[in-house]
Write a protein that binds this ligand. Structure first.
Ligand SMILES: Cc1ncc(COP(=O)(O)O)c(C=O)c1O
Length: 464
């Protein structure tokens, strides 16, 4: 029998069903949710957030670090920080906090979020706040206010040598300090050294000249973030090894230093065709830090991570309907979605990001290669290449039939980069957004977070 149906293609290309996806009667289910029922009820385009995934992701990392720490009798602790910039929504951060995480911030307004969470009783005073990013006056002012409120575990992570003088002039109270070390970029990147952080040569001098003898400052943390993420490559392991050595050199000068922050970058599933061995990666990280610290006779530090995509990426999905077809030449058939990639999934356009893409219905139909086009008049508003095949396939459609499709694991960064609720390219409105959770009985609950953006809201921003 010829295997030419969409379901055959998916089953032959990937291990399927997996990761909460399966197909029943030709329709896609996501964590037991019938997505066709959802689009029929709420319409498209639709953003959805599946909250239970957030807690389960945090637990995966916490459990694997705990396992590695116990196995290797590692003497430091592990702290999971959520990187707020990956999704600032209240319902997201509150969900993270249910799993007892600390927070990493990147700008002044982030600290207003923290004050608001604290006021609501959701972020207690003992929590850690890791302040990364460029330090403006208003950002430092916010940090000082929080320390004065009693947040003693706030760490101001210095990105450059000038920030210490600004901090000294603006902060009248004792404060914990971190130093961000600049990582090397992968050889194919456009610069050698990350523009963020300081070179390892500068940090010892900075500590000795400006931190050591200032009674207000306690150097507590060394921080870095390998831009290309945590990967099982020689590049990542050698960079980690170099940075643990930098930590040990600094620790030999400064005995208050005992927090080692490896940043974010834990990979997520952007394709059903890859495999991430989280257990192996986390065990290696713990082992490398332990091995070098023991060799250099330095106490093993507490390990911090700031996972953003890993925490929220897999909780998000963006669903569209195909509203038209267009044959441009013999080979290029376009399916038009009822929204825009540029505004709803800006990473697909800005950095060529790939997401899991699956049809929601018609899985028993034959498949065909297509290109997906967005509604804006922008020639770049398209998606036609998945990470595993460099092509996109969808079920063939008979005339006047409705096809729905979804991009999955879209929960990180897309809303803030797309300017959620703001002005949109070609004024294509921001989609409706629903939040799905589970109640005590394990039943799914649905909440409309935002309706589709109205013309009035956009015109108001535009000054009409
Ligand atoms: C300092 C810092 N920490 C953490 C993160 C989160 O990275 P990811 O979403 O890859 O986990 C970022 C992302 O840009 C970052 O700049």
């Amino acid at each position: 029998m010829i295997k030419n149906k969409y379901i055959d293609l998916v089953e032959q290309t990937f291990y399927f069903p997996r990761h909460g996806y399966d197909v029943r009667n030709g329709n896609l289910f996501f964590h037991d949710l019938n997505l066709m029922e959802i689009v029929k009820e709420y319409g498209t385009p639709l953003k959805l957030t599946y909250l239970p995934k957030i807690g389960s992701q945090i637990q995966v990392a916490k459990d694997l670090f705990a396992k590695a720490i116990e196995k290797h009798k590692y003497k430091g602790k592990y702290h999971y920080c959520y990187c707020t910039k990956s999704s600032h929504f209240k319902f997201i951060i509150e969900e993270c906090l249910k799993s007892d995480v600390d927070l990493e911030t990147s700008s002044a307004f982030d600290l207003d979020i923290i004050k608001s969470l604290h006021k609501d009783g959701r972020f207690p005073i003992h929590k850690k706040i890791i302040c990364n990013g460029y330090k403006t006056d208003s950002y430092i002012k916010g940090m000082v206010e929080l320390v004065q409120m009693g947040f003693e575990n706030l760490v101001c992570v210095l990105d450059n040598t000038d920030e210490i003088d600004l901090l000294d002039s603006m902060c009248p109270v004792p404060i914990k300090i971190g130093i961000r070390v600049a990582t090397e970029e992968e050889p194919n990147f456009s610069v050698y050294t990350s523009r963020l952080g300081m070179s390892s040569k500068k940090i010892l001098r900075l500590y000795n000249q400006k931190i050591k003898d200032n009674p207000k400052f306690t150097l507590k943390m060394m921080h870095f973030f390998v831009n290309s993420g945590i990967k099982d490559t020689t590049f990542y392991w050698s960079e980690l090894t170099r940075l643990v050595n930098v930590y040990c050199d600094l620790r030999q000068e400064c005995n208050t230093l005992d927090w080692f922050d490896i940043g974010g970058g834990m990979p997520i599933y952007n394709s059903l065709g890859v495999e991430h061995n989280y257990e192996y990666m986390i065990e290696q990280i713990v082992m490398i830090i332990q091995y070098i610290c023991d060799e250099k006779d330095v106490p093993e530090p507490d390990i911090f991570t700031e996972f953003g995509s890993f925490t929220v990426g897999e909780s998000g999905a963006t669903l569209y309907k195909i509203v038209g077809q267009k044959q441009q030449n013999d080979k290029e058939l376009w399916y038009m979605i009822d929204s825009s990639f540029i505004t709803t999934l800006p990473d697909t356009w800005g950095i060529g990001q790939k997401f899991i893409l699956l049809a929601l219905n018609h899985w028993q139909r034959e498949f065909q290669r297509i290109n997906l086009g967005g509604l804006t008049c922008d020639g770049q508003d398209f998606y036609n290449s998945d990470s595993h095949t460099n092509q996109v396939f969808m079920p063939k459609l008979h005339h006047d039939e409705e096809l729905y499709m979804g991009f999955f694991h879209t929960g990180a960064y897309q809303e803030s980069l797309g300017g959620y609720g703001g002005i949109q390219h070609c004024l294509i409105p921001a989609p409706k957004h629903i939040i799905i959770d589970k109640n005590e009985k394990g039943e799914h609950t649905f909440k409309l977070f935002n309706k589709e953006q109205t013309p009035e809201s956009m015109l108001k921003i535009l000054g009409y």
